[in-house]
Design a protein around this ligand. Sequence first.
Ligand code: ACO
Length: 335
Amino acid sequence: MCNAGSPCSAVITGAGAYVPEKVMTNEEWSKLVDTNDEWITTRTGIKTRYFAPEGVYTSHLAINAGRQAIEDAGVNPEDIDLLIVATICPDRPLPSTACFVQHGLGLTNAACFDLVAACSGFVYALDTAKQYILAGSAKRVLVIGAETMSRIIDWQDRSSCVLFGDGAGAVVVERVDEPGKGILSSKIGANGGLSELLRIETGGTAEPLTHDNLDERRQYVKMEGNVVFKHAVRNMSEIATKAVEAAGLTLEDIDWLVPHQANTRIIDAVGRQLGIDASKVVVNIQKFGNTTAASIPLALKEAVTDGRIKKGDNVLIVAFGAGLTWGSSVFRWEK
Ligand code: ACO
């Protein structure tokens, strides 16, 4: 046990990201549903998103991002002892998508499981990885957020279909035998009493698929967007403040805020409430839309690759999603 007499830290040592090649523009959506570029841009900030072509699904995206993260960490697939795939778009109901990814990446020594926390999935999975490492139960964890949202949105529902995109992001989290490094804090929360605000009604044991409910299009994501919006701003600001406190830092110490990319208006409001200048906020929703559990690692990888996030920077991530769920973490970028 590294937290009993032999202190250690959980450190992000590699990152990867992948989006499929097929771009879907606002103009293309406006030919399919009653919407337009102006509405989507001003209400959400989204200009394009990427959709997986036929035959490409969540495990493919996850494998591409995961491979990049493993290479970036400079480790071998056999060195990974735990794989967590955060997704609400599993390849199949059974087995877990993580099993397909474990096989595809050759993670022969890794246990694996899926984690379902919607847009908070990556933050939940990072927290889980940290707990495994601090408990001494894992040394090297591959955390992936991967989604093929294009398959679970209702292509006839303009209030939600324009928001989402497909993609995957991944990090390797490693045990380092030194305290105070890497992930400094993580906080997660939920309110299952608000589960109806963002849901898929059929396809589970409560309501198995039938011809009737398929005809009613109830197998797709439904969202009470404007109600979710208010909860998102409040909960993201609160949990981020708690994560910063738990890290022993103040908001002035934060070099970069990497928020879940659901809506630029949500991102702006959270930044304002936290008093973090817009120049320190990583935003790429205009390109990718809301990629659910993939959005934070996609944005993180982008900001690391283009040199914005540098060694020694304090990074604050915060997410909010269906459940309702939310979470936040502070880590020092050590690469
Ligand atoms: N094009 C044109 N008009 C539209 C569209 C569209 N694509 N979608 C909705 N409208 C219309 C509505 O019909 C409504 O018209 P009305 O006033 O005539 O009734 C009007 O626009 C306003 O609709 P609202 O839903 O109130 O719009 P809002 O400003 O709230 O924006 C949005 C909607 C973008 C969904 C926003 O509420 C939002 O971002 N919510 C939060 C999403 C989120 O954070 N989700 C959590 C993560 S997702 C996950 O976990 C899977």
